[in-house]
Design a protein around this ligand. Structure first.
Ligand code: TRP
Length: 356
């Protein structure tokens, strides 16, 4: 984990969040009607295996439990720490295709882009007034992202967590599945909701973070899986491209396969990857392979990934054949989000006495 982050999200508060998340995970099964999930991603590239097992599968599970799931494609977030949005159209459509192929069902869940929802963005104005500059500067994820970008801290990056609060609160989301990096943003969202309610009267729920329990899947080189490390397996690769990527993963010359992430990062990452696709533990898989060596491990890992994601890839190929489908899904998600945001903004104006 980023050292800036580990320093400020204390072990005790992380443990607290974990316990709460376990409780929430159980409660959501029995009372799915009490929850509205809001979560999302920035459209900066292909979703990979880490995204799938870390968040995508969880969203689909919640949807299938009957929870209303709203997913934001955070296109404005792309320009928080870089000069331009790049090929944003393709990134957004590609991401939406990944969602649909993974099982998000537009009949039950909605997908929208926050740049298309003016009233959501307007919530940022009152929200900014509820937070001090010092609080913004204290956010560990913002600090880490600013440092990693190598650029001066932009006003948008500094205030980005407030924008994220608007993402969550515009639709009165009360459950936010996120990874550790986004916990400070959910904490700030809770602060904003509480302060708004105290100052102007009860409008917003105080949302809760749902920290995903799956252990982080390492990249193929054993480091944290990330697009910038180029060590991930994108979900949308073909079977052959996956085989090629796994074939090139550096391993070692010891024949006996064992799970030891410190001493054998490549071997262990392949074990992790295959094991998570097969639904078994990496240690058990290592035992099964025994003395058969890295060649056999790679063959097994390739088969495991390709079999697990064959249905995903088939669905994605089919969906991509008709670009109209994904456009329609987004248009509908954006229309729904606009209705919601208009309604919430009207409530906010009334609460603030600004309904002229
Ligand atoms: N900040 C998230 C990320 O970088 C993406 C995101 C934007 C998000 N808005 C959100 C996540 C609202 C949860 C809720 O991954």
């Amino acid at each position: 984990m980023n050292p800036l982050l580990s320093a400020s999200v204390s072990a005790a508060s992380l443990e607290n969040t974990r316990q709460l998340s376990r409780h929430l995970s159980r409660d959501v099964v029995e009372h799915s009607e009490n929850y509205r999930v809001l979560t999302g991603d920035r459209p900066t590239g292909a979703l990979h295996l880490g995204h799938y097992f870390g968040s995508l599968a969880e969203r689909v599970r919640l949807q299938d439990l009957g929870v209303e799931v709203v997913v934001v494609i955070a296109d404005y977030q792309v320009i928080t720490d870089r000069g331009s949005a790049g090929d944003i159209q393709n990134q957004v459509y590609g991401l939406a295709l990944d969602y649909l192929a993974a099982g998000l069902d537009p009949e039950r869940s909605s997908i929208f882009t926050h740049s298309a929802v003016p009233a959501l963005n307007q919530l940022m104005l009152p929200f900014l007034s509820l937070i001090t500059e010092a609080e913004l500067h204290r956010n560990p994820t913002v600090k880490a992202e600013a440092a990693a970008s190598g650029q001066a801290l932009s006003g948008l990056l500094l205030s980005y967590p407030v924008h994220q609060a608007a993402d969550i609160l515009f639709c009165k989301g009360n459950l936010v599945p996120v990874g550790k990096d986004n916990l400070p943003h959910v904490e700030l969202t809770r602060t904003i909701a509480r302060r708004f309610n105290e100052r102007y009267g009860e409008v917003f729920p105080v949302p809760q973070a749902l920290l995903t329990e799956t252990p982080e899947l390492p990249g193929l080189d054993g480091r944290k899986m990330s697009k910038s490390h180029r060590n991930s397996i994108p979900l949308r690769l073909s079977a052959d491209e996956t085989a090629e990527l796994i074939r090139k993963t550096p391993t070692d010359s010891r024949r006996r396969i064992s799970y030891d992430p410190q001493a054998r990062p490549g071997v262990s990452a392949l074990l992790d990857t295959a094991a998570v696709c097969l639904g078994i533990s990496p240690q058990v898989l290592a035992e099964q392979i025994g003395d058969a060596g890295a060649g056999r491990l790679k063959q097994l890992a390739t088969e495991a990934v390709n079999e697990r994601f064959a249905p995903f890839r088939a669905r994605r190929r089919l969906l991509a054949e008709d670009p109209g489908t994904v456009r329609q899904v987004l248009a509908r998600g954006n229309a729904q989000a606009n209705d919601q945001a208009d309604c919430t903004l009207a409530q906010v104006r009334t609460a603030m006495g600004m309904d002229y």
